[in-house]
Design a protein around this ligand. Structure first.
Ligand code: F6P
Length: 341
């Protein structure tokens, strides 16, 4: 059997750990051959491949990013995209495909599965917003990066008696903001799922100052003020119709300064949250996903995604991953409010 592997969408720590596990078990236990497709769906679309062997996948476990490259290419937006993919898979002698990605990549995989391509999905995203899996790999690493940033910001905020706003990723789901904010002892956490009141944020800012500490406000890039809209960088859309978000942290700092008279600054963590080496949790989760994905291929159980349910790796219908977005339950967010202010 020849198996194709691709990584699509925003990169995240742990992608290489999946590739390594898939290849290691596939070669050693099943005697399979592998073909790496470059840059997400662009690879099978344009026939861009690279060798994936035991040798080429050694030493990559702790490396961030993806040795295969990634892109946000949407074959359904390209003329004859699906036909081209099918042709290139046939040319490369591919029997099955393992697609490692988030909402967009797995959305494409689901449609291709319905069109007869044999595919297994592996859930990745720092956003942790894929449905039907308790966690995606990459999330734990970014939460740790954001938490460390918050820890560092506490001391400089206190030295300067400033409010510091930390903008983290999360377009529609506030998982990174919630977890890093709780772990970092934020004075308030603002997520896309719950619209926020600027006046309430200012009250929390003032009460944190009164307690002798300086407030750190953690805000997800997609958070929305009660009487406003999501802030976007410009009007351009990517191939999956997403806008570029930017500016809510800076906007909030200005509001805090204007309403409280306290100095406020913003740090936007941006792609720092996606770069670098994966945490131990993500290395283990990504490795287990990889091992189970290749077993699913071996058993011919296509149209499935490997998923974490509790501590067990389950196999779920691929379509269920993108059926809806896994957002933060409001009750879970409310639990953290006791620490605000
Ligand atoms: O989906 C992952 C993610 O990191 C989001 O949190 C963020 O909004 C987006 O990707 C950023 O996209 P880009 O890779 O285009 O900067």
């Amino acid at each position: 059997m020849r198996i194709g592997v691709l990584t699509g969408g925003g990169d995240c720590p742990g992608l290489n750990a999946v590739i390594r596990a898939v290849v290691r078990k596939g070669v050693k236990e099943y005697g399979y051959e592998f073909v790496g497709f470059r840059d997400g769906w662009k690879g099978p679309l344009e026939g861009l491949t690279m060798e994936l062997t035991l040798a080429t996948t050694r030493g990559i476990l702790p490396r961030g990013g993806t040795i295969l490259g990634s892109s946000r290419t949407n074959p359904f937006k390209i003329e004859n995209g699906v036909e081209k993919i099918k042709e290139n898979l046939a040319k490369a002698g591919i029997d099955a495909l393992i697609a490692i990605g988030g909402e967009d990549t797995l959305g494409v995989a689901t449609k291709l599965d319905a069109l007869g391509v044999k595919v297994i999905g592996v859930p990745k995203t720092i956003d942790n917003d894929l449905n039907n899996t308790d966690y995606t790999f990459g999330f734990d690493t970014s939460v740790n990066i954001a938490m460390e940033a918050i820890d560092r910001l506490h001391t400089t905020a206190e030295s300067h008696h400033r409010a510091l706003v930390v903008e983290v990723m999360g377009r529609h789901a506030g998982w990174i903001a919630l977890h890093s904010g709780i772990a970092g002892g934020a004075a308030c956490i603002l997520i896309p799922e719950v619209k926020f009141s600027v006046d309430k944020v200012c009250e929390w800012v003032e009460s944190r100052f009164k307690s002798g500490f300086a407030p750190i406000i953690v805000i997800a890039e997609g958070a929305i003020p009660q009487d406003g809209d999501m802030l976007t960088k410009d009007q351009t859309l990517d191939a999956f119709g997403h806008v570029k978000l930017s500016g809510i942290g800076e906007w909030l700092s200005q509001q805090i300064e204007a309403k409280t008279g306290k100095e406020a600054r913003t740090s936007v963590l941006g792609h720092i949250q996606r770069g670098g080496t994966p945490s131990a949790f993500d290395r283990v989760l990504a490795t287990r996903f990889g091992l189970h994905a290749i077993t699913a291929v071996h058993e011919g159980d296509f149209g499935k995604m490997v998923a974490l349910h509790g501590t067990t790796i389950a196999r779920v219908p691929l379509a269920s991953a993108t059926e809806k977005l896994k957002t933060v339950p409001v009750e879970m967010y409310k639990e953290s409010e006791i620490f605000f202010g």
